[in-house]
Ligand binder design. Structure first.
Ligand code: AMP
Ligand code: MG
Length: 400
């Protein structure tokens, strides 16, 4: 069974040398080192040593997203009409979106008390501070306190409603190119969540403007491939994807019972490739992606699912392409892509805008990009970008 707890690999001889030569300077990582017995012991000091510095943050992120997923699963099981509200842009928000944001923010701060905390997250407390939201706020506070108490890891007195509002507003950071910032979509794919379909708790971290780790908790995604059409988890455990810069992408069951390294499909043949797109036609043009797929020679019907579960499914090779073409004028938010981006990149894939430019997460809360997002493996990307450019010349995206 593979392990994602640390991506440190070191040969036995190198370890001996490091310990022997520089005993005072060599500070072993407190986590166990993976001694790679498969690798030949090299006589050179250039042996394989890849030190990772985000282990602690990744462990905290996995814990945070898993706990938030538990709250979401409980809410989804018995969703009340009063749990669902409309934001000023008419998009839905539920008690689970807020509860998830509180839990992630709470866990990260508890697990990393010595780290500066900056969070770029989707929700804010504005609507919850209105008088008519009192019952909703009480429900969120209860859901959060019950989840923390049932988990049992944190011996704290219950959070007050005021605490909940304050914790939600920790997510108002602007992000940017300096320092470390967490990036959170507490429920990505709220419409899928409401339908009982796919959604994800998507948590990434930026360091100096680059995504360095990401976690996608997908409570309704089966561990098995979904290309055959089976999109909902039979066992309802769901999947947790996690990735760290230069360490690969791992998938485990949300109940912790599996842990495997995953890789994108390496097909070069578009006829073998299936593609993902949004379930919601209002989020991405289905006709444009259909035209791209046709030009490329893709035979399979599109797989339409909500949320960054698409990035997770692509990272493990369920399909080979993800196409996203919102209406002109729509500004993509960094929390809708940061975690998915690194989950795919560390699994060997690549995500760019429609012009082939890398996604830039350093510009604040929004991605600054040219028309659409295109994700696939490195071999297929050149042909895919050509099909994208040809189709964009023929079909104009509607404006918002
Ligand atoms: P998906 O599940 O792929 O449909 O994407 C879900 C995300 O789409 C949500 O988290 C929203 O932030 C985002 N979204 C909302 N409205 C739009 C829109 N008009 N165009 C594109 N994306 C949108
Ligand atoms: Mg979202």
């Amino acid at each position: 069974m593979a392990s994602s707890s640390s991506c440190i690999t070191i040969t036995a001889l190198t370890l001996t040398r490091l310990v022997h030569r520089t005993p005072s300077k060599f500070k072993p990582n407190p986590r166990p080192l993976l001694l790679s017995t498969q690798l030949p012991i090299k006589s050179s000091v250039h042996s394989s040593v890849a030190m990772s510095s985000y282990d602690k943050q990744l462990t905290a992120a996995k814990k945070a997203a898993s706990l938030a997923a538990r709250l979401c699963q409980n809410v989804q099981k018995g969703l009340l009409q009063s749990d669902v509200h409309s934001k000023s842009d008419k998009s839905p928000v539920t008690v689970a979106d807020y509860g998830s944001q509180v839990l992630v923010s709470f866990v990260l701060q508890k697990e990393l008390p010595d780290h500066t905390f900056s969070l770029v997250a989707e929700e804010d407390s504005g609507d919850l501070r209105k008088e008519e939201s009192q019952e909703t706020l009480e429900r969120i506070t209860k859901l959060v306190n019950d989840t923390i108490a049932n988990d049992g890891s944190y011996k704290v007195s219950p959070l007050s409603e005021n605490d909940v509002l304050t914790i939600i507003d920790k997510g108002m950071s602007e992000g940017g190119s300096n320092g470390q910032h967490w990036v959170l979509d507490p429920i990505d794919g709220t419409k899928g969540f409401l339908r009982g379909d796919q959604y994800a708790i998507a948590l990434g971290m930026l360091d100096e403007g680059k995504v360095v780790l990401g976690v996608l908790a997908c409570p309704n995604l089966p561990l098995e491939s979904i290309t055959s059409g089976n999109q909902n988890a039979a066992n309802k455990a769901g999947c947790l994807f996690s990735a760290q810069l230069a360490c690969g992408t791992y998938m485990e069951s949300l109940d912790g019972s599996q842990n495997v390294k995953v890789h994108v499909s390496n097909t070069e043949n578009p006829e073998e490739a299936s593609f993902f797109e949004s379930y919601e036609a209002a989020h991405s043009s289905h006709s444009l992606s259909g035209s791209i797929a046709k030009k490329l020679g893709v035979k399979a019907a599109p797989v339409r699912i909500d949320s960054q579960a698409k990035y997770g499914a692509l990272a493990r090779g369920d399909g080979a392409i993800y196409l996203r073409f919102p209406n002109k004028g729509y500004r993509e938010k960094i929390w809708d892509h940061a975690a998915g981006y690194i989950v795919v990149a560390e699994a060997g894939g690549v995500a760019t805008d429609a012009a082939g430019k890398p996604l830039d997460f350093s510009k604040g809360r929004y991605l600054d990009l040219d028309t659409g997002i295109v994700v696939t493996n490195r071999k297929l990307m050149p042909a895919l970008l050509k099909a994208v450019q040809d189709s964009l010349r023929e079909e104009v995206l509607p404006s918002l």
